[in-house]
Design a protein around this ligand. Sequence first.
Ligand SMILES: Cc1ncc(COP(=O)(O)O)c(C=O)c1O
Length: 409
Amino acid sequence: MSGTSSVHPLDQGDPLGPKRAAFALPEGVIYLDGNSLGTLPAHVPQRVADVVSKQWGESLIRAWNEHDWVDLPRRVGDRIGRLVGAAPGTVIAGDSTSINLFKVLSAALAMRSERKVILSDTGNFPTDLYMAQGLRDLLNAGHELRLVAPEEVADAITDEVAVIMITQVDYRTGRRHDMAALTRLAHEAGALAIWDLAHSAGAFKVELDACGADFAIGCGYKYLNGGPGAPAFLYVAERHQAVARQPLNGWMGHDAPFAFDLDYRGARGVDQFRVGTPPILSLSALDAALDVFDDVDMDVLRGKSVSLCELFIKEVESRCEGLELASPRNADERGSQVSFRFAEGYALMQALIARGVIGDFRAPDIVRFGFTPLYLSHGDVVKAVDILADILATRSWDAPQFKTRAKVT
Ligand SMILES: Cc1ncc(COP(=O)(O)O)c(C=O)c1O
């Protein structure tokens, strides 16, 4: 248990226990929001400072070659690729998740131009749906964004569908789709599969290549700990790279950016999915943050994630009346977060945060807790539930200062 000498039995011999020291966690905080904004790895500030003062400050423009800044999107992409089961050369880091979705969805629709349906589900994160709506309107070619309930996706994959556009883990409930099964169904129907890995990358083992995924995207600032607004990533399966083309024809996606041709000629491979000058400072922070995963076995990480989530559910259900589990009870159907419903969820979360237990709230009534096994222990889970139970028993959440909604929830 953090901050005390007693160690929870489940933490004894935890191979990931020593990893906590790799993070700069503030004293007195139990951070259950790494699914929203990951924690700062302790060595990142120094690495970023070096990039600023040594690489930028001293090498100046020469750094593009001397420090190989120009290929940083590929190098960081390959490191993320290892975590999401993607071969080297299939992942590129940069831009935002939203923009990367626009790119891969454009490419996928062009590869299935005879079909007009983009299939997604009502549990998807809104930005994905908004980007698809924007692209549909821009193309003005009769596309339909078809939304079904998450449990109805499999049955809705028909031969009208061009692309299934699915977020693997539901941001509200943590419910996890079966990537291998849905991708197979999509392919059997002649459709392509795009996966949003925002709540998957760095949270558990993802197997993009093995599942036969066509495209994927994901965030750098959640479980990958790349920092606020960190560059995102995208994946293009090797077999599609000769034909897949995205339409944001920036010069960095040109086959020869420094030839300065007047006409665009897309690079081969995943480089065509680059657009403009990469954000070296934030890419360097993400690159450094990924170091913490270098010696992590993702199966071990998943095992501990399941154990933390199971303990949390058990403790909350036995000690916190009034909270209703919103996440699947079966661990195989969950990502690395657990959510509960509570009518006054916003106030409850504010009261928790005031006592040092940081999670977040998603309208209308979800309190959300992310479990990142690299820096959380079972002792933290018990301590967090002690505080939650006390807040509920004393109704201390029921105070005006916890009910005024901030801009970011
Ligand atoms: C599934 C999913 N996709 C995308 C995003 C965000 O996209 P962006 O990084 O472009 O803001 C989020 C943010 O939480 C998300 O949960």
